[in-house]
Design a protein around this ligand. Structure first.
Ligand code: GLN
Length: 379
């Protein structure tokens, strides 16, 4: 293994899912639904497969999907983007994250990452030959400390990774925070990579604010999303990146040599779904179903000794135990038959996130109840 990537070890999602399978535990670790995508998406996929489209698409993605994404942004935010020069289809949000890092970072650059962070950002930065500079945010509020942020920026800063709604913190970033980040980025001529994979999963009236909708961020942001969470199809590996033409050109330059393009029929089916979902009430239904799943799991977790953080978005609940979270999660699998993620793994210094445990609620209600009964059995 390339020595610079060695510190990242095995993905915690792979490690915990393997342990869960071995012990036949209920898997609330990996953020993958145990229910299928909406019927309309499956019907569109059937149709696309029947009609052809079995060869490579354009590397930047099928026109129908790029146009559907542009139309969706226009409808939701009155934001105008050009599907030819500003929208790129990728193999999941993951490929977009890597292409942004490899396309925009030079060796010797720095990228700022807010902690706790999704485990993919640091290795992507490292692979580009750049260095990660962490801005730690602490349980349970995960407030962004302006001083820490200001300190992190310097003339070598080239990228800032943002994730809103934020996995695993469960927070939604607000306008003043994003304005500060945007202004600092402008001062140092840095770009923002906004991973907005959970854009449709916000609760209790909290609205998702796209980073690119904030004036200070607009011209320097790569916005990333995907079908994975919105359409419960994490295995499809269809995502996209929307960015001003110069940034788009940089990530496309990498992308053509990575996957070239994701599966054509799945891109075509996604285009149909993105176009039809708003009028069918799909997004409201998705949010209502997730609010119910969250309520069920939270009710159980509140009966355990864990202290819970608030959740405004994503499909994760984060709690803190009094012990070491890695030991806690190992014990949970073996004695309770429930798998969760030891969330100190989302910090460069695990001491900072000691005791944090992440539970995914992207599961059927009966799965959540089974896990909950196991978590609370015996008082
Ligand atoms: N994004 C999901 C999570 O945070 C799954 C990631 C993965 O399995 N690679 O759980």
């Amino acid at each position: 293994l390339r020595s610079s990537l060695r510190p990242y070890g095995t993905s915690i999602f792979t490690a915990m899912s393997q342990q869960a399978a071995r012990q036949q535990a209920v898997n609330l670790a990996q953020g993958a639904p145990d229910f299928g995508p909406p019927a309309a998406l499956l019907a569109a996929a059937d149709e696309a497969v029947r009609r052809g489209g079995h060869q490579y698409s354009m590397s930047i993605g099928v026109p129908a999907l790029r146009q559907a994404i542009a139309a969706d942004l226009l409808r939701r935010y009155r934001r105008q983007v050009d599907p030819e020069t500003e929208v790129t289809v990728t193999a999941g949000a993951s490929e977009a994250i890597w292409c942004a890092a490899l396309g925009l970072l030079e060796p010797g650059d720095e990228a700022i990452v807010l902690e706790p962070c999704y485990e993919q950002y640091p290795p992507a930065v490292t692979a580009a030959g750049a260095t990660v500079r962490y801005v730690p945010c602490d349980f349970p509020e995960f407030r962004l400390d302006p001083e820490r942020l200001v300190e992190a920026f310097n003339p070598r800063t080239r990228l800032v990774f943002l994730n809103t709604p934020w996995n695993p913190a469960g927070r939604v970033l607000r306008e003043p925070e994003l304005t500060l980040i945007g202004e600092l980025a402008e001062k140092y001529d840095a770009y923002l990579v906004a991973d907005e994979t959970y854009e449709h999963l916000t609760f209790d009236g909290v609205a998702h604010l796209p980073v690119a909708e904030v004036a200070a961020c607009r011209d320097r942001t790569v916005t990333i999303s995907s079908v994975s969470k919105t359409f419960s199809a994490t295995g499809w590996r269809v995502g996209w990146a929307v960015a001003p033409p110069a940034l788009t050109a940089a990530l496309r330059a990498v992308k053509q040599f990575v996957t070239f393009a994701p599966a054509t029929p799945l891109q075509l089916a996604t285009a149909v779904m993105v176009t039809d979902a708003p009028a069918s009430g799909y997004y409201e239904l998705l949010r209502a179903q997730y609010a119910q799943r969250r309520a069920v799991l939270r009710d159980y977790l509140q009966r355990t000794p864990l202290t819970l953080a608030d959740n405004e978005g994503t499909f994760f609940l984060l709690g803190r135990c009094a012990d070491d979270d890695v030991e806690y999660c190992t014990e949970l699998i073996h004695s309770r038959g429930v798998a969760a993620i030891p969330a100190s793994r989302f910090y460069a210094d695990p001491q900072r996130g000691r005791g944090l445990v992440r539970f995914a609620f992207c599961k059927r209600l009966d799965t959540l109840r089974l896990a909950g009964d196991r978590l609370t059995a015996g008082g």
